[in-house]
Design a protein around this ligand. Sequence first.
Ligand code: SF4
Length: 189
Amino acid sequence: MNNTDKWLNLRHSIKSCQKCEGLNSKELGTENAPGYGNTNSRIIFIGQSLCGKPCIEAQIPFTGGSGKLLDLAFEQANIEKKDIYITNVVKCHPDGNRKSEPHEIANCSPYLEKELSWLSPKIIICLGKDAWTHINPTVSRPCVKTMHSANSVTHVHFVYHPSFIMKKPKAVREEYIRNLSKVIVEANT
Ligand code: SF4
């Protein structure tokens, strides 16, 4: 299977997935969106679960809402969102914006594992607890860790989810955007 086909197959598996009761339902407004962007990106963002209507309609994670903070970081880093890879631990939108259930995270994790094994990022940005836990269950606060594999070294930044930062004062939001943009620039140099 060539590179394009494997990504198309993954996309199809996610779009037709019915592993979690009540999720990926048009009627219930819990549809999913697969990862979005450049599969050759040197930096990938992992969020917790898909946002509601704007993300479902656009089929792009982090559309509108707290995703605006990421948009500002991309702008500062002089890069377009389509040139970065962005995905979620849980590809569906949990009804009422609730937290994902452990079984939903477990059901969806194989998709993220596939994405991670096919991408070869220099930097991973984990946004929020569910993303932190997926990559490193011992992480309980923002930090940076290095992951070594046979042929590569990946720096993983465990940072707060932008929806948490949205509620903070302007100076905190600006610092968050500035820090993210610096990491994006670093990944691409
Ligand atoms: S959350 Fe993931 S595993 Fe569950 S139905 Fe949605 S796509 Fe499938």
